[in-house]
Design a protein around this ligand. Structure first.
Ligand code: ZN
Length: 283
């Protein structure tokens, strides 16, 4: 087992060995070219110390990040998409005690595109649809840990019974949540005409951006459903990322508009949830 610290120590040992060789080289009048080559090698070894320390989860060819997909946090026994508040609190405690770092959307994008080194245990917390209990129940639990989250809201559901109001969405945004689009009416997108799909996608984004004054250029597919038309529309409107409900972690190897997520199923055991969080099954 080679820990990042061991790797760094080994790099430093190699570096001091090269330094010693260079020193010997000069006294023994070995060619300057030889010494220069060794010096370049030393610089290459030391070029990325922060990367050496970060134990970013790696996909086959890049970074992998578990993206948890929550819906309603409440009490509704037997409903897959309604997670009991105590279970949600237990899951957040697990993330905290196991040193997970929930990311903002911008941090997620930077890590996935290799612009920022990954924390040791990154995770993205997403909430779909826009249930009122996201603000009333989930937010206080997340705030206890200082965890950010991302809301994928269907704008046509806002201000209807059981769903968030715009003042609550402003509250989430002010608390550090990213707010993004999950269409207007939560339709089965592949069943719609191109014109209707465009309206669902663009009107929701425009409404969120108008309300909050921030870009809402990521997307989550209602029911995880999309077709080639959906992908073309998102690409044309320059959406940065879109989340499916395809199983497994999101990785930098996946198309940016077809990132995987882990749907948190309230009917599964806590151990199942831990396994989904800790083992990448996207390959
Ligand atoms: Zn949904």
């Amino acid at each position: 087992m080679c820990t990042p610290l061991q790797k760094l120590m080994s790099t430093l040992k190699t570096a001091s060995a090269i330094r010693a060789t260079i020193a010997r080289s000069s006294t023994q009048a070995v060619s300057t070219t030889h010494a220069m080559l060794l010096w370049c090698l030393l610089m290459a070894c030391l070029a990325t110390p922060s990367q050496a320390l970060a134990s970013a989860p790696e996909a086959k060819h890049g970074v992998a990040i578990p993206v948890l997909n929550y819906h309603s946090i409440g009490v509704a026994p037997g409903n897959t998409y309604v997670l009991h508040p105590d279970t949600f609190a237990r899951q957040m405690d697990y993330l905290a005690t196991h040193h997970y770092t929930p990311l903002t959307l911008d941090e997620f994008a930077s890590v996935l595109s290799h612009k920022m080194p990954s924390p040791a245990h990154p995770v993205l917390l997403t909430f779909d649809d826009g249930y009122a209990n996201n603000a009333e129940v989930a937010l206080p639990i997340l705030q206890q840990h200082g965890f950010p989250a991302t809301l994928y809201v269907s704008t046509g559901l806002v201000n209807t019974p059981g769903y968030l109001t715009w003042p609550q969405i402003h509250e989430l945004s002010a608390a550090g949540w990213d707010i993004a689009s999950h269409t207007v009416t939560h339709p089965h997108l592949p069943k719609l005409s191109k014109k209707a799909q465009r309206e669902e996608i663009l009107a929701a984004r425009a409404k969120i951006e108008q309300e909050l004054g921030k870009p809402a250029d990521t997307f989550a597919y209602p029911y995880g459903e999309y077709d080639r038309t959906t992908l073309k529309l998102l690409r044309k409107a320059k959406f940065r990322y879109a989340f499916t409900i395809l199983e497994g972690w999101a990785t930098s190897d996946q198309p940016t508009l077809e990132l995987h997520r882990i749907v948190v199923d309230s009917q599964k055991t806590f151990e199942d949830w831990v396994q989904q969080l800790t083992e990448d099954t996207s390959k």
